[in-house]
Write a protein that binds this ligand. Structure first.
Ligand SMILES: [Zn+2]
Length: 446
């Protein structure tokens, strides 16, 4: 029987700077060392994406953690500090890494609610530190303490709904070179593993999505529903560059976990990620830059909603909304600027009720059947040809066809956030757990 006193949770955040390193990579080095020391892992390593709308996030706003069984928390902490400090120095001390370690206790409600709020709100370092002290965490920061919020949230997230990602890393000598991987093998893998992997490439824009573009240690990452399919997908790729190692993470990516909380519009604040239900107040319009905007109202207030240019074809769907439609939207809140009000950047649209889309035309002449002309407001209509006048005729309402259904709509994959739930996963149970099989979640090619 496993004693809970031996359970150690360790999390990292902000090991990356805008130009160097990667938090998941540092964790992969820690995992490598723990495996060499034959330490027992109790779950897949976790990759927790936090509120994507926080402006001071590092690239992906992702925190990583692992859970192991061990007698000596100080030993695990020392290994983490050594590896993270090395990366901090290599990043010219431009990053602000944080390491937190929790041991000898189960996660409690206070920690879990902190992690849940970190998915959609803006939390303070002060609050994180109070919890770290209260529950006797070991923790260490370099260059600043901002990473404590993410590290604590990552460690405390139970990942009830989750997917997996296999992340493959490069040898350092390749960091500055282009990633060599046959694009056709990626497309073939994607087709053969659908829907068990997702967002490998965007057929609409023909863009490969599994490879990042910067000089970082990640070769590529494949996302999907369970670990075994990811190993299979990995083996289908034709790589012309030797991979260094891979890690399979359990993650909240693809679960919309940042958009679970329904907000009244009056309670919305800048940088939050929110879900709102309301009535379309104004007909959507295209503005400069190709961005589409409309007003949404609920019983408390109203807010501008936007589908920005990068969401491409999604904007055409938004343009089909009409006043009085009842919808639900989820998305991030942009603060007001000199030009614009606070704006909800739509990540998904759910149409709940469609209103009638009416337009009005002038009545027809009783003699010749042509449309009559208005004489003036409230003065009636007149036929130009027959010279017939009518003061009792009214404009005729025409019911326009609606080019939108009761359905869920998303921007194309290239505009998705890490957390965006792909359309094909709305009907899949994402709470299923998969047993941690030895030698499945980590592989070194050295
Ligand atoms: Zn006429």
């Amino acid at each position: 029987m496993l004693s809970k006193n031996k359970v150690i949770r360790l999390a990292l955040d902000d090991v990356d700077s805008p130009t160097y390193g990667c938090t998941t990579f540092s964790l992969s080095l820690i995992i490598n060392q723990l495996i060499e020391e034959k330490v027992k892992f109790l779950d897949y390593p976790h990759l927790v994406r936090l509120n994507p709308n926080i402006p001071w996030k590092t690239r992906g706003n992702g925190s990583v953690s692992l859970t192991v069984e061990h007698d000596d928390p100080e030993h695990i902490f020392r290994i983490a500090k050594k590896i993270v400090y090395k990366s901090y120095v290599e990043a010219d001390k431009k990053s602000t890494p944080a390491i937190v370690l929790f041991y000898g206790q189960d996660l409690n409600d206070e920690l879990i609610s902190f992690s849940e709020e970190a998915l959609y709100k803006v939390l303070s370092v002060k609050r994180a530190k109070l919890l770290l002290e209260k529950y006797n965490f070991l923790y260490k920061t370099y260059g600043g303490e901002i990473g404590l919020v993410g590290a604590l949230s990552g460690l405390s997230n139970t990942l009830t709904e989750h997917t997996y990602e296999i992340i493959c890393y490069r040898y350092p000598e390749n960091y500055l070179k282009p990633r060599k991987i046959d694009p056709y093998s990626i497309i073939e893998m994607s087709n053969k593993t659908y829907p068990y992997t997702y967002n490998n490439y965007d057929p609409l824009t023909n863009r490969i999505l599994i490879t990042p573009h910067g000089p970082d240690p990640i070769f590529f990452g494949i996302r999907g529903l369970f670990p075994k399919i990811l190993v299979k997908a990995f083996n289908m790729l034709k790589m012309e560059e030797k991979p260094s190692h891979y890690v399979i993470f359990k993650t909240n990516q693809g679960t919309n976990s940042h958009l679970k909380t329904l907000f009244k519009i009056k309670d919305i604040k800048p940088y939050y990620s929110v879900k709102v239900r309301g009535k379309v107040k104004t007909r959507p319009i295209i503005k400069e830059g190709g961005h589409v905007f409309f007003l949404l109202e609920d019983e408390s207030s109203n807010i501008t909603c936007a589908a920005y240019e990068p969401t491409k074809s999604f904007r055409k769907i938004i343009l089909n909304l009409r006043p009085a439609d009842i919808i639900e939207v989820g998305g991030g809140i942009r603060p007001p600027t000199k030009k614009d009000n606070m704006t909800l950047n739509i990540e998904y649209l759910k149409v709940l009720e469609l209103a009638e889309d009416l337009s009005y035309e002038n009545p027809k002449c009783s003699k010749c059947g042509r449309h009559m002309k208005s004489i003036g407001k409230g003065k009636g209509f007149k036929c130009d040809k027959c010279k017939i006048k009518s003061t009792t005729a009214n404009k005729i309402a025409i019911k326009n066809p609606r080019n939108i259904k009761h359905d869920i709509y998303l921007p194309p994959p290239s505009a998705h956030r890490h957390l965006t739930k792909p359309l094909q996963y709305y009907r899949i149970d994402l709470t299923k757990n998969f047993l941690l099989e030895k030698n499945l979640f980590f592989k070194s090619f050295k």
